[in-house]
Design a protein around this ligand. Structure first.
Ligand code: PHE
Length: 344
């Protein structure tokens, strides 16, 4: 049997030299070292050998197989190189041709800003809580201290659906109610979340307003949460988002769901507060609305406002992206114009 094996190996090596193209190599491989190849047949035939001879034969057959496989690899490389040389000589391959560039995708500018937000707020201990795009009028407005016919509803023109009381959320603030009800454990647990998501408003589309846009809401509920916590937290965010020496100011404002309410401005990072056309020569850029959670809202979320307090804020990533990159028209965001998107 050992002689048989040797004969096979010799024959195989000779045949390999003669194989001069891919097809011949394939045929050779299945004939000698494949699953039904000659070497495998020898290994199969070992059953008929006396038990003491089997290990020696098995070893010899395996070694022969390893040698043949190595010879095959070498020959295959050689055949490929020869083929390439032939093609080059015939001019079939133009090696001066530039390589094909690979198309590289990029992240949408809003996605990039959102991810930066998650990073910063995550580092500051905020969890991401996802609320819903399709909302109940009751939660989007009433639970947030905006009863039917309240003039504040005019601040946010609404997309209604054919289902009575079902709307597209006009802001991420209804997520505050969901978060309090779902995470607050009947008003017994503190909360520290951000709520990112798309919002929808039935508005004329212009360079400054779109019918859809992202907001990132923040909500903190706890015992002894005070306005200084809100100011410190927002200031820290601005330093991380814009620059370590960013100045922040808070202007009194009004939202039905916070009391007191404020508008947050950051010192214009384009002109460092000197005044430019982006900040309209004020030196400040408005980046968010915020305030202390209105006791009515805390109660609607299941908390006792005599023991619990909190703050909330809402910011617009598109607006911040526009400010950062000097984008002058919000319609670029959902316009799917590659000339715009490719710049990110
Ligand atoms: N929901 C407000 C808006 O859409 C922003 C806001 C959120 C203000 C949270 C205060 C607190 O304008």
């Amino acid at each position: 049997m050992l002689e048989q094996l040797q004969a096979i190996e010799e024959e195989a090596l000779a045949a390999l030299e003669a194989a001069s193209d891919e097809e011949a190599l394939k045929a050779w491989s299945s004939r000698y070292i494949g699953k039904k190849g000659a070497v495998t047949q020898v290994l199969r035939g070992m059953g008929g050998l006396p038990a003491e001879e089997r290990p020696r034969m098995g070893k010899a057959a395996n070694e022969a197989k390893v040698r043949l496989e190595a010879a095959y690899e070498q020959r295959a490389e050689q055949v490929e190189a020869e083929a390439l040389a032939r093609d080059l000589a015939a001019g079939a391959v133009d090696i001066s041709l530039p390589g094909r560039t690979r198309k590289r995708g990029g992240l949408h500018p809003s996605t990039r800003t959102l991810r930066r937000f998650y990073e910063i707020w995550g580092d500051m201990g905020f969890q991401v809580y996802r609320s819903r795009d399709v909302e109940l009028d009751d939660i989007n407005f009433t639970a947030l201290n905006i009863p039917p016919h309240h003039p504040a509803r005019d601040m946010q023109d609404t997309f209604y659906t054919t289902d009575e009381g079902v709307i597209l959320r006009t802001h991420t603030s209804p997520g505050q109610i969901h978060a309090m009800r779902e995470l607050g454990a009947d008003g017994t647990q503190p909360i520290r979340v951000i709520l990112p998501g798309m919002c929808y408003r039935y508005e004329q589309i212009t360079a400054r307003s779109e019918v859809q846009f992202h907001q990132v809401e923040g909500l903190v509920v706890g015992r002894n949460i005070r306005m200084s916590d809100l100011k410190g937290t927002i200031t820290e965010f601005a330093k991380r988002m814009f620059n370590p020496s960013a100045q922040v100011r808070f202007r009194a404002s009004y939202f039905p769901f916070t009391e007191p309410s404020m508008e947050i401005d950051v010192e214009c990072f384009l002109c460092a507060g000197k005044g430019c056309n982006v900040c309209k020569y004020t030196g400040w850029l408005e980046i968010a609305g915020c305030g202390m959670v209105n006791p009515v809202v805390l109660r609607n979320g299941g908390y006792d406002p005599s023991e619990w307090s909190g703050f909330a804020f809402g910011m617009g990533p598109e607006r911040i992206t526009m400010l950062k990159h000097g984008i002058t028209d919000i319609r670029y965001f959902w316009g799917n114009d590659l000339r715009f998107l490719e710049q990110f």
